[in-house]
Ligand binder design. Structure first.
Ligand SMILES: Cc1cc2nc3c(=O)[nH]c(=O)nc-3n(C[C@H](O)[C@H](O)[C@H](O)COP(=O)(O)OP(=O)(O)OC[C@H]3O[C@@H](n4cnc5c(N)ncnc54)[C@H](O)[C@@H]3O)c2cc1C
Length: 496
């Protein structure tokens, strides 16, 4: 049970950060018989609920649905463009209008206390919480910090923050990050996106759907560098077909304000659009004038200030973690989810949270409890990129497996040649790559590219993380006519 007076409270577990990861970790600790409090500086639910997964997928869905209907002969007349106002309204509904009341209620029903404010770690098992003046309405002189102590563990689940590249004039151009791009209430007529990773590609799709002229400036020679090259190539070609100006091997070298007041804003009343026009100069000497710049060049862990003695850090200044995500040299401090640098998606962070929450509870009751088994982190977590075409990947790419010294064979299958795909959409274009470890006779990686492949990923995840022997897969019969019959083509090609 929690104990203490107004200034000092004590719980078994203090979780810093009430995103999906912090919520799940606290829940597991409470289910294990411990008391837990979450300290949250913004909204309970974190990035995923309000500025990342949910709003971005809500913004992507109308365009995907229209494109899907348009590719079905006989579906009738399909609108050419998404309804901007209705799309923003649907997004607002999925974010509960940025109100976390329902998630706060869930915390209470799960027996987790909420402490609103910004936390820093001031000592061993000690957290100081500074109330947010905006949330509390307190005058600065009344906003006294409180101390929260943990009997067992403090878990840092604070996620990440975007990294702004050091480009001359960029900060002055008031660029969007993904937070503003997913919460926008207006569509800038001309949007320049820096970065061709997941966020850059998904947001290019969203804003092209919403009617913006989008420029996607990418330093690398391909999009989506973390997945197989053919996936990035397919997405680049599709974005170009949608009218996006994709520039590869190109960088923004400087930005300068050239005036304000774009005339033709699309959408509702302005709240998030800066209204400043910016001229971006590119590494090839070209210039682009845009109404808004969106920076999508990566994120870094957002670990709170720690003044608790000597806690080891790695070369990048991040906390060094052991295999149980515990800070090296401590027996009480854990870093879980995006903040750990070992998870980059909600589902994988929640997986860590379930395991570490259980582990903390076990260690509280039985000091000799075992280590965390986070094997799915090491085998290549699943990820879906909700572009058009979608990209779904799990396990290792062939290149990553070869770097580990593994003898691999790849099997490329034309997804469009499967009867289920032909029925799904006219002229369905798609490809699947299966990566097999020849010695172990196991599937160790799979990448799907094509319309609606997201839901096909779990079968591959089960085969890979579950280490289903390849000889077994010949008995796993896909239903006809579904796109999953691509598995049959793979089994046949491999001769099993
Ligand atoms: C545009 C975008 C789209 C994405 N789409 C997907 C997707 O489709 N699927 C998917 O799985 N993942 C997606 N992700 C990734 C996903 O959002 C993250 O993996 C996930 O939010 C990480 O959860 P978390 O709980 O670790 O961190 P967060 O969700 O970032 O939560 C951390 C919380 O900690 C709080 N906090 C930080 N510092 C302090 C402090 N000092 N004191 C108190 N509180 C603090 C923050 O306010 C925040 O609420 C996307 C990311 C982006 C940017």
């Amino acid at each position: 049970m929690a104990a203490g007076n107004a200034q000092t409270q004590t719980y078994d577990v203090v979780v810093i950060g009430g995103g999906a990861v912090g919520e799940n970790l606290a829940d597991r600790a409470v289910q294990g018989g411990l008391s837990a409090a979450i300290v949250e500086s913004e909204l309970v639910g974190g990035e995923c609920s309000y500025w990342a997964c949910m709003p971005s997928k809500a913004l992507l869905r109308p365009g995907a649905a229209l494109a899907a209907a348009a590719a079905v002969p006989g579906a009738g007349e399909v609108p050419q463009h998404v309804d901007v106002k209705a799309t923003f309204a649907a997004r607002d509904s999925f974010t509960s209008d940025w109100n976390d009341e329902s998630q706060v209620e869930w915390l209470s029903s799960a027996g987790i206390d909420l402490i609103r404010g910004t936390a820093r770690i001031t000592g061993e098992r000690e957290v100081e919480v500074h109330p947010n003046i905006e949330q509390t309405g307190l005058a600065p002189e009344q906003a006294h910090p409180t101390t929260v102590r943990a009997r067992q563990a403090v878990a840092i689940c604070t996620g990440t923050t975007p990294v702004l590249p050091p480009i001359e004039g960029l900060a002055e151009s008031r660029p969007w990050t993904s937070a503003e791009a997913t919460a926008a209430t207006q569509v800038p007529p001309e949007l320049l996106i820096i970065g061709g990773g997941v966020v850059g590609c998904e947001m290019a799709t969203v804003y092209a759907d919403l009617g913006a002229r989008v420029h996607l400036i990418v330093r690398g020679k391909n999009l989506l560098a973390s997945v197989d090259e053919f996936a990035g190539e397919a997405v680049a070609a599709a974005l170009a077909e949608m009218g996006v100006d994709v520039r590869l091997s190109c960088e923004v070298t400087s930005c300068a304000q050239v005036g304000s007041g774009a005339a033709d804003l699309i959408g509702d009343d302005a709240t998030s659009f800066s209204g400043i026009r910016t001229e971006a100069t590119l590494s090839d000497g070209a210039t682009i004038v845009a109404d808004q710049i969106l920076v999508a060049t990566g994120r870094k862990p957002d670990v709170p200030e720690i003044t608790a003695g000597d806690i080891e850090r790695d070369e990048a200044g991040q906390l060094a973690l052991d295999d149980d995500l515990r800070a090296v040299g401590t027996d009480w401090l854990y870093v879980v989810g995006d903040a750990s640098g070992r998870a980059h998606t909600t589902h994988q962070g929640k997986y860590q949270a379930r395991i570490i929450g259980d582990l903390i509870a076990q260690r509280a009751g039985a000091p000799s409890a075992g280590s965390a088994d986070l094997r799915a982190d090491d085998m290549g977590p699943p990820q879906v990129i909700f572009t058009r075409p979608e990209v779904a990947h799990v396990g290792l790419t062939a290149a990553a497996a070869q770097e580990q010294g593994r003898n691999v064979k790849t099997f490329d299958q034309d997804l469009g040649a499967v009867a289920g795909a032909a029925l799904h959409a006219h002229d369905y274009q798609g490809q699947v790559r299966f990566v097999v470890d020849v010695e172990q006779q196991l599937l160790i990686g799979a990448t799907f590219v094509g319309q609606d492949v997201a839901e096909m990923l779990q079968a591959a995840t089960i085969a890979i993380i579950g280490q289903v022997p390849l000889q077994r897969l010949k008995h796993v019969v896909p239903a006809y006519p579904t796109m999953s019959e691509v598995w049959l083509r793979f089994i046949e090609a491999a001769g099993w």
